[in-house]
Design a protein around this ligand. Sequence first.
Ligand SMILES: C[S@@+](CC[C@H](N)C(=O)[O-])C[C@H]1O[C@@H](n2cnc3c(N)ncnc32)[C@H](O)[C@@H]1O
Length: 161
Amino acid sequence: MTGRLDTIVVLDHPKYEVNVGTAMRSAVAFGADVVILVGRRYEREPGDVFHAQKFLDVLPVPSWERALELIGDIPIVVLERLPAAMRLRTLEHPPRAAYVFGPEDGSVHPDVVAFARYRVQIPHAQSENAAWGCLNLATSIGIVLYDRFCRSGASDLRRSV
Ligand SMILES: C[S@@+](CC[C@H](N)C(=O)[O-])C[C@H]1O[C@@H](n2cnc3c(N)ncnc32)[C@H](O)[C@@H]1O
């Protein structure tokens, strides 16, 4: 990684390549600087039609130990449905942040949840419905990055299409 990093996206052991590719596409669109992939379980990213690596660093790492070295002192924001998690709209996005998302078939590593500066959930119409479930991984990433993008004022500075 080179230069100052403001927005890091971390995927904890993602399983489906289409989610990884879609996440990378959102990461580029909403101005992230790097995507860290902790533990690889897929072969390629077909949703990444614009080839994210031309625009940002995509770093596959084998373990959380290495990911935490790369993140350094940048505040970690874990996205997860947790009873004590704050709602996304109450989060004041830190100037520099590493947003961590769990796998499609699991959750963010508990040690990382405990270590995180913020634990955040995205409320939705089925939040209270125990028989429903979580949002799709790539959808969650798009929502959080768009929220950061809008609230940073960056969306006002660019020509809308
Ligand atoms: C398909 S979900 C995995 C199952 C999820 N851990 C659960 O509690 O049901 C994949 C990831 O998307 C993110 N996610 C999904 N729905 C979310 C929500 N409502 N709030 C925050 N993060 C969410 C989390 O990072 C989660 O680990």
